[in-house]
Design a protein around this ligand. Sequence first.
Ligand SMILES: [Zn+2]
Length: 323
Amino acid sequence: MEPIKAGNLTIYPIILDVDHKLKSFNSYLVEDGHSLSLIDAGMNKDEYWNLFTNTLHTFGFEVRDLTGILLTHHHFDHIGLVNRITDEVAIPVYAHKKAIPRLKRDPEFMQQRVDFYTKLYEEMGCGEAGSKQIDYLLNAIEKHKHTAIKAEIMPLDKQIHGFHVIEVPGHSPDQVAFYNEKAKVLFGGDVLIDHISSNALIEPDERGERILSLIQQMDSLKKCSQLSLDYVFSGHGEMIDNHKNLIETRLDNVEIKASKLLTLIKDGASTASEIAQQYYKKIYELQFPLVMSEIIGHLDFLEVNRKVRTEKVDGVWRYYSYE
Ligand SMILES: [Zn+2]
């Protein structure tokens, strides 16, 4: 792909197209005359490594020319090549401080997450589907142990390599965006994706309490909407040249979906699990954690806007309409 010039930046996109709803896995080499940053590090696959090194070589660079890796968030599809790169060259890896236990796969932190989801799924009335997901999670912790990032991770400050670091939590608690004011570009990771709405995944905070992820995601989108931007470079799909309109659509869609859930509640569905099953049908089982994040997030939205009230009955939260 051809480089893109923006202000004093030259951006070399590394885009691996996939036949999947995410469309592509994107990372970006960004040169500003002083530094050559890699923003996100794609998938841990030979195919991605080849694409990355070919992009470097095509434009006259080597892996050793990199000055740092900047991570937008800790998800596996954004950090894939980090270990492979830092095995070759000792360059700093930067991420939000909340990403560190996640990237290191800190055992204590991982256990705290398991406890959090166990309690959450019980309280949301998920039964069998919830226990299955916990088994899956326990398995995944074991299976993905080796993917922990080996290099020391430097917590991001307010500025890095000419970018303002903007906290945009919601999709994940550690999600940041890198903003270059002069070039009018934002590297947003998964805060805003052109072709799909980014999931606001349910996560615990440091104390193990549930974060209101969707509310956070909406605030983060509003924050991005204020920025003067020509382009948003996302973690997936095409680059975005109309961020304000797209953000408005995403925010409107939350209200539309929430009002559909409110109808289900008025019709008698009361636990998050019941609402999820009625809304998502078969997808409830197939994409359980995503579905529960969506439903709980939109129920939070209804609750914050005083459309529903909650009551815990026999350890399970029930949602009731005020009307
Ligand atoms: Zn992603």
